[in-house]
Design a protein around this ligand. Structure first.
Ligand code: FE
Ligand code: FE
Ligand code: ZN
Length: 278
């Protein structure tokens, strides 16, 4: 079975997201841990989180994915922004410890003229400050489009973060199809070659999730503008190969396309229809 869901708002609580996912034909979902463009967070409701955990088990969900806020920048030049990243990540991991199996995805950061090498070292340092053995959640580095000074624009940069962090062997990767295409990886014309490169640089065993988004722009444009599935430069044929690929077909897929809920339900149904049961 294809494990697929979309990005949902947690404004009505945790259990509500599980119920919403089921109503959309999904068996997983992604949500922001807090306001994505600020950092404000609602008080944590342990009972609601437990109700979601029970619901996920009952409905046999694939792992749900929490997304850290965009304002989290572990490699900012400003020390205050870096300590916000540490506090936020730790608090999110403490909350997610209540949802076994959930994973936390984050954008590695933007090095803002310090250079990628300094950025990578700062990201690894942040992870080492936050990531203690008592916090069980798997943290995922997201592949980035390479907009501005984003770190994580190549598989090699993600590998370098994993190598530099003490907790590196606990980290995984979330591959965003729009981002890697924007970064210059040809998942349309040469999916095999891209996955072989991922395996060489990082190891396919580290790939734990896929953000499934079409792109408004051609390969290599470093713009990061998501498009609806089949309406962008990646196209439905390429997505059909992606969701059915032996190295990917078991992974959870999360839509982050420009859609309201009915649009997400349609895309979930469309992709389920393109999935070949083994
Ligand atoms: Fe993201
Ligand atoms: Fe993404
Ligand atoms: Zn994006």
């Amino acid at each position: 079975m294809l494990h697929i869901g979309c990005h949902l708002s947690c404004s009505n609580g945790y259990l509500a997201m599980g119920e919403q996912a089921v109503s959309l034909g999904a068996d997983t979902f992604q949500f922001f841990t807090r306001n994505p463009r600020g950092g404000a967070v609602k008080p944590f409701d342990v009972q609601d989180a437990q109700a979601l955990v029970d619901f996920l088990a009952e409905h046999r969900f694939a792992p749900v994915l929490a997304h850290a806020p965009y304002t989290l920048n572990a490699c900012a030049a400003d020390e205050k922004i870096r300590s916000f990243a540490v506090r936020t990540m730790r608090e999110d991991l403490e909350r997610l410890a209540h949802i076994p199996g959930a994973m936390l995805n984050f954008h590695p950061g933007s090095h803002v003229k310090q250079g990628a090498e300094v950025g990578i070292a700062l990201i690894a340092k942040m992870l080492d400050e936050v990531y203690t053995p008592e916090l069980p959640t798997t943290v995922l580095l997201e592949t980035m489009a390479g907009k501005g000074s984003e770190v994580g624009r190549s598989f090699g940069e993600l590998r370098a973060i994993m190598d530099a962090a003490k907790a590196g062997d606990r980290l995984g990767v979330c591959l965003d199809t729009c981002h890697v295409y924007d970064a210059g990886y040809d998942i349309v014309g040469d999916l095999e070659g891209v996955l072989a490169e991922f395996d060489r640089e990082i190891g396919l065993d580290r790939l734990r999730a896929v953000h499934i988004n079409d792109s408004k722009n051609p390969i290599g444009s470093h713009k990061d503008r998501h498009e609806r599935i089949g309406e962008g430069s990646i196209g439905l044929e390429a997505f059909t190969r992606i969701i059915n690929h032996p190295a990917l077909r078991h992974l959870p897929f999360y839509l982050e396309t420009p859609n309201e809920l009915p649009g997400y339900a349609q895309e979930i149904a469309l992709l389920r229809g393109c999935y070949q049961e083994a």
